[in-house]
Design a protein around this ligand. Structure first.
Ligand code: ADP
Ligand code: MG
Length: 700
């Protein structure tokens, strides 16, 4: 610890000019304790004086920044309640409008306050900006803007900071001093080789440019450098974790696919796509190596992941091992079971379904068969990882729909075998950048090609007023011999009410709009056997339309179904809409997704519907979803034991993630303990900041 005292960067900010004990306390609340923390406390964005437009020059359709004083705030009632904040500069007046957070914004925008506001100018009665990005400035700041003539950093300002009288401007002054004095003595945190080969800005320069950039391009490069750094250390951690796992555990060396796989392929009535073949090769490469496999299989809905899973499970069976396939819901497990059963039973492979619905004697006898190795492939839900489920020789585990399982559950299923190989499949594609970090210690395979001969999918939104048209269209498809899904959201809290809503909706359709068609109702409260029967009837074409709660979201595979009508799509999330739509477009006919939406929609819901109507690309959709919700919420990253990222944006920084990952994995390969001369700083930083996290990650 003696050394720490010597390094001025590790000193408390308290001793900086203009700080003192009270302000130091407030800074602590935003995570800034030392001088070094302060240097890394980066601006949220910049105000560019040259970008500021006089209000009189604004035109609709442009994104602008304006500077003005608040002259009035007023809540206006109309079709939708909104807050209007009028600001004024020397040239004119402008309306800033908020539809949400109305009371909050009314409180903070006091008259006379100087603010900057940025956003798209709209013409709606008057010129206005809806939900602008804004900044509350002090008068002196206006002077700064006018006189310095350069980019002015805007720092995140919090209540704590405000109470200690540190506004963005105050912070700027303190940081400016710190940067001038201390940035030059920052020790480079990335190996020289990495810096050079990736063309990154050196640390000292990056810190200085991110605070007081010469131009926006340099600010951007500085941010990239800091983002790279944090990704690099994150990937180092993942690389170490992967290495440790591979060295520690002896895996199974499966030998080549033989007759069983061959006759399976012969029995399929299609040939595998090149993409499926590529994924199979990658997977088999891992399976044949003695290291335990840990692979993530990504592919959009309908891209044919299930067949791939079946083939690799067969390889395990051929090698004398058992395989397990775990799905997040009973319906999906049943669906998988039926597909496996249909294709595998005749090959003499023993397949069984194990879910929570199985009880009593039947359950007991199945458990025994699994334990004695009679059953070769077990399909099930999370019940597979319960106490009391023992396998004779579990060698391969497939997990479908990964994101619904926690890391811990994954680990538990693995423990049931002796280091079985694991294939994780996701139906909600994850943006690659996120996959590389979130599943950074998994290898990734992607099916990026749809099976040939599929029809197109068209998506169209109908207002509630046009519901009849939507149903007429649906009927016209049924009349052509096609089938349809009608899905509606269930919002009731209690099971009883939920059931009632589902039943009453179904009855309404049966007696009304769809009275001349054969319908069935499918909802989550049904018994397993009942669901199975209903799905069978639909699959075999006995029923024409399936009226359902979102339980059909996953798994159902009926190529003749060409219509997915969704009631109240505004209540569904993006990936759920995508999954629902994934139920159609599975055959040669064109398919139609009809969204019957309410007039009352939040702006976010409108956006979601617009996006889903504009693309069927699952990767695009999830990328967008992640941008809207932020990666933390999107995937519960915290639950995965990964650190929050401060500079990198996983939704955007794919290129950076990839580069950082490549470099980090290479470094761990070449110098796993960071003993090399060039890696001394890496070692220091890694040990002080990342070692504990690594332990956490592994415990998961
Ligand atoms: P996913 O699980 O990726 O959503 P599935 O495995 O359910 O997709 O496959 C969707 C449908 O496509 C299934 O009916 C499956 O039999 C079929 N299928 C899979 N691979 C091919 C292929 N190469 N050619 C034609 N059809 C295929
Ligand atoms: Mg599937």
């Amino acid at each position: 610890m003696a050394r720490e005292g010597e390094n001025p960067l590790n000193q408390s900010v308290q001793y900086l000019k203009g700080v003192g004990p009270a302000r130091a306390e407030a800074l602590k609340a935003v995570g800034v304790k030392t001088v070094s923390d302060l240097l890394y406390y980066v601006p949220r964005r910049y105000l560019d004086r040259s970008e500021i437009k006089p209000i009189a020059d604004l035109e609709p359709g442009r994104v602008v920044t304006v500077l003005g004083k608040v002259v009035s705030t007023e809540i206006r009632r109309g079709r939708r309640e909104r807050l209007s904040v009028v600001i004024k500069d020397k040239s004119g007046f402008l309306d800033l409008v908020w539809f949400s957070g109305i009371r909050y914004f009314q409180r903070i925008f006091r008259r006379g306050l100087l603010i900057s506001a940025s956003g798209m100018v709209n013409l709606y009665d008057t010129l206005q900006i809806v939900h602008p990005e804004y900044e509350i400035l002090s008068d002196e700041e206006e002077l700064d803007l006018v006189h310095t003539g350069r980019l002015v950093p805007l720092y995140p300002s919090t209540l704590d900071l405000k109470q200690a009288r540190i506004d963005s401007r105050g912070l700027r002054r303190i940081i400016k001093l710190a940067v001038e004095i201390y940035a030059p003595s920052l020790i480079e945190s990335l190996p020289e080789k990495v810096l050079r080969s990736c063309g990154l800005m050196p640390l000292a320069e990056a810190i200085s440019q991110i605070h007081f950039p010469d131009d926006l391009r340099l600010a951007q490069r500085a941010r990239e450098r800091l983002a790279f750094e944090e990704l690099f250390y994150l990937e180092l951690m993942l690389a170490k974790s992967k290495k440790a796992r591979q060295e520690k555990s002896p895996g199974i060396s499966f030998s080549k696919p033989g007759n069983l796989v061959r006759s399976f392929l012969d029995r399929l009535d299609f040939v595998l796509t090149d993409s499926q073949k590529k994924v199979l090769r990658e997977t088999f490469h891992d399976m044949s190596s003695p290291r335990p496999m840990h692979r993530l299989l990504q592919g959009d809905v309908g891209s044919g992941k299930t067949v791939v899973a079946m083939i690799v499970m067969l390889i395990a069976v051929e090698n004398g091992y058992q395989a397990a396939l775990m799905a997040p819901t009973e319906i999906l497990a049943e669906q998988h079971y039926l597909s496996c059963y249909e294709l595998l039973e005749e090959l003499g492979v023993k397949v069984a379904l194990f879910t929570g619905s199985l009880t009593g004697r039947a359950r007991k006898s199945l458990l025994k068969e699994v334990e004695e190795g009679e059953i070769q492939i077990v399909v099930g839900t999370h019940t597979l990882i319960q106490e009391g489920v023992e396998f004779a020789k579990l060698g391969f585990v497939t997990i479908d729909e990964q994101h619904r399982f926690g890391v811990r559950q994954r680990a538990r299923l693995k423990q049931k075998g002796h280091f079985p190989d694991v294939l994780v499949m996701t139906a909600t594609p994850i943006p690659r950048s996120l996959a590389l970090t979130l599943y950074g210690d998994l290898d990734i395979s992607v099916i990026d090609q749809m099976p040939p001969g599929r029809g197109m999918i068209f998506t169209r939104e109908f207002g509630e007023g046009n519901r009849v048209q939507a149903y007429d269209f649906l009927k016209s498809e049924l009349d052509k011999g096609r089938q349809a899904y009608v899905v509606f959201p269930i919002i009731e809290e209690s099971e009883k009410l939920e059931l009632k809503a589902a039943v009453s909706y179904y009855e309404k359709l049966k007696e009304g709009k769809l009275s001349t068609y054969r319908l069935d109702l499918l909802h989550g409260r049904m018994k397993g056997s009942e669901k199975e029967e209903i799905m069978r009837r639909f699959r075999e074409g006995e029923t024409q339309a399936l009226i359902a709660t979102p339980v059909v979201e996953v798994g159902l595979d009926v190529p003749n179904a060409t219509v997915m009508l969704i009631e109240h799509p505004e209540r569904f999330g993006l990936s759920q809409l995508h999954q629902l739509r994934g139920r159609i477009g599975r055959g040669g006919h064109d398919s139609f997704c009809l969204l019957v939406s309410s007039e009352k929609k939040t702006p976010e819901a409108k956006e979601r519907i617009k996006l889903i109507s504009s693309t069927t690309d699952g990767f695009k959709i999830s990328e967008y979803d992640m941008q809207m919700r932020g990666p933390g919420e999107f995937f519960g990253t915290r639950q995965h034991g990964l650190p929050e990222l401060r500079y990198a944006d996983l939704a955007r920084d794919y290129g950076l993630v990839r580069k950082a990952r490549e470099r980090a994995f290479k470094l761990v390969e070449e110098d796993p303990e960071f003993t090399g001369k060039d890696n001394r700083t890496v070692k220091e930083i890694f040990e002080s900041k990342y070692k504990d996290r690594l332990r956490l990650l592994r415990a998961g």
